[in-house]
Design a protein around this ligand. Structure first.
Ligand code: GRF
Length: 199
């Protein structure tokens, strides 16, 4: 199968991006990352992309009059490069309907919680504060809500009593780095398909 053309969207460190790039190199993920895009010019994810020989671009939302106009510009960049799949990996922006519709069923995300629990930000912190004994990560399709799209895969770990936020966060990240490339492979190979909710 011809590897699909993928863009990864990231706002920060890009450790999930790295796991994805490594999996494409190791051959466990059949995909070509064509573009890494960020809304933050200083994102380390852009450095990781360049080091890997992948085009790295950023646009500042502040230079655009609205979320929709910004997203339309991002969609333009992706379409120009014939991107088939959009993979959000720590992209800290809500994707507006104009973007979701342009890539319907072809935008994926990873979230550090067992959705539908703890959508939005600070989910690991919120799980610990609530005294949860387990935590996990979710790979899902993006729809027009915030972290509400159809779930592709989840993975969970136990929280030990007294475990610090940093320690839990580190273990959650390890889990993400294992789960995301595997889940993407299932989607790109057609084993999992997007189905729109009917209600
Ligand atoms: C990850 O925990 C991801 O689930 C969340 O943001 C974090 C990004 O980390 N959406 P990184 O930039 O991939 O290192």
């Amino acid at each position: 199968m011809i590897p699909p053309h993928v863009a990864v969207l990231a706002s920060g460190n890009g450790s999930n991006l790295q796991a994805i790039l490594d999996a494409t190199q190791e051959g466990t993920l059949n995909a070509t990352v064509r573009l890494v895009f960020s809304d933050k010019a200083a994102a380390f994810a852009l450095e990781r992309a360049k080091k890997f020989g992948v085009e790295a671009l950023s646009l500042s939302p502040k230079s655009f009059p609205s979320r929709e106009v910004f997203d339309q510009a991002v969609v333009g960049l992706l379409q120009e490069r014939k991107i088939e799949w959009v993979v959000c990996a720590g992209y800290m922006r809500i994707i507006s309907p104009v973007f979701v519709r342009a890539f319907k069923g072809r935008i994926l995300n990873i979230h550090p919680a067992l959705l539908p629990k703890y959508p939005g930000t600070h989910s690991i912190e919120r799980a610990i504060e609530a005294g949860d004994l387990e935590i996990g990560v979710t790979v899902h399709f993006i729809d027009e809500g915030v972290d509400t799209g159809p779930i592709i895969e989840q993975s969970r770990i136990q929280i030990s009593p007294g475990e610090t936020l940093d320690a839990v966060t580190e273990r959650v990240h390890e889990l993400e780095h294992r789960l995301y490339p595997k889940a993407l492979e299932r989607v790109f190979s057609g084993k999992v398909r997007y189905e729109e909710r009917t209600k």
